[in-house]
Design a protein around this ligand. Structure first.
Ligand code: NAD
Length: 485
């Protein structure tokens, strides 16, 4: 099968595509059919070396450019990404299986937003002047150096751009390793950045599994590591980065709560629950998978939810009418099916879905469990698939304690018409991103990231600049200098 905008080799290093067939092959599998649609090769030590050397060599000259010049390149890349949105969306759909209906409005578009936002900000990055009597200090905002980005498979274009844009705006260079499950899209991000004028070596992509990621993280040429992945991987990468006292950003997993109070607009709450559980077939880190619904509206909520789920168009993800696609891989589908079986074994009430669809590809039905209790496995562990757990509650204090009773802290949502309660609940949530009467928005203007074990640092917004730059203080003495002897 051929598809538009197919990358021409496995890696992108020093401004060009590079192939090295000595690396172990990695099949690219189209989730909608299970067919192998391409192959890349894992980076060998030689390739890893080339990529890190390229990034190291390019960094000083890139940082020496003015912010305006760097920003212009990023903004040009944003324009190219938008012009090619259709082709990039088709590729994203082949890489991930997510419906074109989603990829055409979320992936390259949000990548372009990040390039445009941080491109615009590059010229505004400054230090400050601090007066100390007649002496003074000035600070210089400097890049960290070479950054390594490591991606998950659910949003390959977005993750490659969300890490690359602020890193490059601040004068760093990057070596990005996509997930082995979705290796294609990041290559297009690199290609576009270089077409837009990024000098060779500024943004590089290498393929591979965890071993390649680990080799990058522990390399002495690397100054910062930004991972999007699961908590167990986060622990390993954080520990490896700590050995070299490297800067980190960790965007990890979640088991986020969504609370629907009895005064909520039920139709909106159902929309929030659908967006927060079934978009991208549930493969979204911030999903609100523990849906606490007030007892008095539970049955109304469940019946409306089931009615609306029955209108999901499940099928060929390249068809623009399809609104629900396959899981990313057979492996992930198996993991989710095991959780569905656990939900049934532990006594949750299956109210919708629960089965694999009888067709090629890795399709599961959108699945809803009700009467879920806090101790059940499906209420405690991140499933990363289209499985919603509905739990009952009656009292605000009680539901807050239960919502926060998790090691994760990525996101949380509340549906209510009571303004004071909405803000009180948002303040009490132990989570990095909270939603009031909406769910899963992630605009580039707002900080995004987790608290507790869901992460360290923030992506997007002005906050990301703090994670891709460092301040140098320069003390300036205007008069003579006294010393004790
Ligand atoms: P994963 O943790 O299995 O892999 C993530 C990446 O880390 C992959 O590229 C993988 O090759 C690499 N990796 C694995 N072991 C490594 C090691 N020892 N050293 C360096 N790199 C290593 O995650 P996944 O299955 O690809 O993605 C799903 C997870 O990602 C979920 O937990 C989800 O919540 C999380 N996620 C978080 C966010 C966020 O922004 N917080 C966004 C998307 C996904």
């Amino acid at each position: 099968m051929t598809y538009p905008t197919q990358p021409t080799a496995s890696h992108f290093i020093n401004g060009r595509y590079v192939e090295d067939r000595d690396g172990a092959p990695i099949d690219v599998i189209y989730p909608a059919t299970g067919e192998v649609i391409g192959q890349v090769h894992s980076a060998t030590p030689v390739i890893i070396d080339q990529a890190l050397d390229a990034a190291r060599s390019a960094q000083a000259a890139w940082a020496a450019m003015t912010g305006t010049e760097r920003g212009r390149i990023l903004r040009r890349a944003a324009d190219i990404m938008r012009e090619r949105n259709h082709d990039l969306s088709v590729l994203e759909t082949y890489d991930t299986g997510k419906p074109y209906q989603e990829t055409s409005v979320v992936d390259a578009t949000s990548g372009a937003d990040a390039l445009e936002y941080f491109g615009g900000m590059a010229a505004t990055l400054t230090g400050e002047h601090i007066q100390l009597g007649e002496d003074w200090v000035y600070t210089r905002r400097e890049p960290l150096g070479v950054c390594v980005g490591i991606g998950a498979w659910n949003y390959p274009t977005q993750i490659a751009s969300w890490k690359g844009a602020p890193a490059l705006a601040c004068g760093n260079t990057m070596v990005f390793k996509p997930s082995e499950t979705t290796p294609l899209c990041a290559l297009k991000v690199a290609e576009i950045l270089h077409e837009a004028g990024a000098p060779a070596g500024v943004y590089n992509v290498v393929q591979g599994l965890g071993d390649v990621g680990a080799a990058l993280v522990s390399d002495g040429r690397v100054d910062k590591v930004s991972l999007t992945g699961s908590v167990p991987t986060g622990r390993k990468v954080y520990a490896a980065a700590a050995a070299g006292i490297k800067h980190v950003t960790m965007e990890l997993g979640g088991k986020s709560p969504m609370i629907v109070f009895d005064d909520a607009d039920v139709e909106n709450a159902v929309s929030g629950a659908i967006l927060g559980n079934f978009y991208s077939s549930g493969q979204v880190c911030s999903n609100g998978t523990r849906v606490f619904v007030h007892k008095t509206i539970k049955e109304a909520f469940l019946s409306r939810l089931s009615e609306r789920l029955a209108t999901a168009v499940i099928g060929d993800p390249q068809d623009p009418d399809t609104s629900f696609g396959p899981m990313v891989s057979e492996r992930q589908m198996g993991i989710v099916m095991d959780y569905i079986a656990k939900g049934q074994d532990e006594g949750a009430r299956l109210v919708y879905g629960g089965k694999r669809l009888d067709k090629n590809g890795f399709y599961l039905e959108p699945t809803v469990f009700a009467d879920v209790t806090d101790d059940m496995t499906i209420a405690r562990e991140e499933i990363f698939g289209p499985v919603m757990a509905v739990l009952d509650f009656e009292d605000e204090d009680d539901v807050m304690a239960r919502a926060n009773d998790t090691e994760f802290g990525l996101a949380a949502g509340v549906f209510t018409r009571d303004l004071a309660r909405a803000h009180r609940v948002a303040a009490r949530f132990e989570a990095g991103t909270c939603y009031i009467n909406t769910y899963n928005d992630a605009p580039v203007e707002a900080p995004f990231g987790g608290s507790k074990q869901s992460g360290v640092g923030r992506e997007n917004s002005k906050a990301a600049i703090e994670h891709y730059s460092q301040l140098k203080s320069v003390y300036v003495r205007m008069g003579d200098l006294e010393a004790p002897f």
